[in-house]
Design a protein around this ligand. Structure first.
Ligand code: NAP
Length: 460
């Protein structure tokens, strides 16, 4: 069965869905293309009315949306409510600001008048991951619909009910049929969509492997793509850090969303003089988390999204230990129903150990001790990824100097990588290219057309 909704808290199958037939897929693309011909001519105000309505509906029914994702992918209910509210904020943010972000930009040529105007490109194909089942969709739907594009979307195989609920939300808000279409399709059908001449651009958030495959296909078709891929963000603790601040944020940074966040803190790089104290306090705090039903507000440690995700993480920890890393705590599945992983700390990870370069998508800490600030920066930059990172210090100027030396798309000083509708999100290297959110996110799939006018003498 292609799309399966399974509760990772107990392993029970909730619902399953067949793939679309190719004929249904072709019909969906035709509907999207004909919708674009009308949607592109709507005013920003007309589009904003619908997106604001969607944001209102999302807030009004927030608990229903939140419970559905907790059921399908195990996000703790309090976090799920937060994600739903944030998704509504993103829709409302673009409803408010799109027109200003895409306003014509006046230029100053030597003679005459010139400006650049922005126009939508057409039908976009989005491929999205399960870890933020609504936020990831809002991140593309908010800006792209406001820009006048229309979307066909392949969501992850384990969250079909959230995918359908988000499509329903937009239709209930008054979005015309074809402006946002959820596609329950296979990888082969995804290739077919990318090849289709009606598709003008491709946006993917997901793993490096998915990015390679989808972007290669888009490249063969000479279509633009944006990629939001994995990360292995450094959490750098300097010798003057306030540990009362750094330790709780280290726990949050690693454990938010069960550790399944692209921009989670994954590599903890700590200066020698504070390393013992930091590690002892971090270990105690992680050990105090209580595994339980993610639907229960008192639970502080939920399951991973799927059994497959758990097995992959266990195998990665095994490989790390075989490669010479030490297991300071955890490393096993939790003895209870569902796909729960113990909070885990790995130390003594040397270059050459697969754990040195891989992304751990779950509650696994990679801990590194360094002697100097320069060593911390060098280690932070010794990664195939380049998504985010954070620096912890009482000296903000020192934090800024280090932030400038870190090769990633985002760096945070004395706070952790968290997103805001107004801030651009994205990375470099194997973390992808392009940005979502903020003023930049809406510029990715618009034609920037130069228009120049003015009297120029006839050529002689
Ligand atoms: P994944 O396996 O790559 O899945 C992501 C999406 O891509 C799913 O819809 C998946 O469909 C689809 N997909 C995978 N391979 C494909 C192919 N060859 N053709 C078409 N579609 C394909 O990612 P994941 O492991 O579930 O998600 C976690 C990854 O996403 C992590 O690496 C995380 O860091 C990254 N992520 C990045 C960001 C960011 O903004 N940078 C945000 C969130 C997550 P199926 O589910 O049907 O396989």
């Amino acid at each position: 069965m292609a799309y399966q909704s399974i509760n990772p808290n107990d392993g029970k199958l909730l619902k399953s869905f067949e793939h679309l037939s190719n004929a249904q897929l072709d019909q969906a693309l035709a509907t999207a293309e004909s919708c674009f011909q009308r949607w592109k001519n709507k005013t920003y105000g007309e589009r904003a009315l619908i997106l604001n309505k969607a944001a209102d509906l999302l807030r009004a029914h927030g608990d229903d949306f939140a419970r559905l994702e907790t059921l399908e992918m195990g996000k703790r209910i309090t976090e799920a409510r937060g994600e739903v509210a944030f998704s509504a904020d993103i829709l409302a943010y673009y409803a408010q600001h799109a027109e200003a972000f895409l306003a014509p930009v006046q230029l100053q040529p030597k003679t005459g008048e010139a400006h650049v105007e922005s126009s939508p490109m057409g039908v976009l194909f989005c491929v999205e991951p399960w870890n933020f089942p609504y936020y990831q969709l809002a991140r593309v739907a908010g800006p792209q619909l406001m820009a006048g594009n229309v979307l066909v979307v392949k969501h992850a195989g384990c969250v079909p009910q959230c995918a359908i609920a988000f499509e329903r939300l937009l239709l209930d808000a008054g979005l015309p049929v074809g402006a946002y279409t959820n596609l329950l399709i296979s990888y082969e059908q995804s290739d077919r969509v990318i090849d289709d001449p009606r598709i003008q651009g491709v946006a993917l958030t997901g793993s490096v492997a998915a990015g390679r495959s989808v972007a290669a296909r888009a490249g063969q078709n000479l279509k633009k793509s944006t990629l939001e891929l994995g990360g292995s963000d450094a959490f750098i603790v300097l010798d003057d850090a306030d540990l009362d601040l750094a330790v709780p944020w280290a726990v949050w940074g690693r454990m938010y969303n069960g550790g399944q966040t692209c921009c989670a803190a994954k590599r903890f790089i700590v200066l020698d003089s504070v390393a013992d104290e930091f590690l002892a306090r971090f270990k105690t705090a992680l050990g105090a988390l209580k595994a339980g039903d993610p639907m229960d507000e008192r639970t502080t440690h939920g399951p991973l999204s799927t059994e497959g995700a758990l097995l992959q993480l266990l195998a990665q920890v095994d490989a790390a230990v075989k490669g010479g890393a030490k297991l300071l705590m955890g490393g096993q599945r939790i003895a209870r129903p569902g796909s729960f992983m113990q909070t885990t700390i790995l130390t003594d990870i040397q270059p050459g150990n697969p754990a040195f370069r891989d992304e751990f998508f779950g509650p696994v800490v990679s801990f590194y001790r360094v002697k100097t600030e320069d060593e911390a920066v060098a280690l932070a930059n010794d990664s195939d990824f380049g998504l985010g990172g954070s620096v912890w210090t009482r000296d903000e100027a020192r934090g800024r100097r280090i932030a400038s030396r870190i090769h990633t798309g985002m760096v945070f000083i004395n706070n952790i990588d968290w997103a805001d509708a107004a801030l651009p999100f994205g990375g470099i290297k194997h973390s992808g290219h392009g940005r979502e959110l903020g003023p930049m996110g809406i510029q990715e799939f618009v034609n920037k057309k130069l228009v120049r006018s003015g009297q120029v003498a006839a050529p002689v």
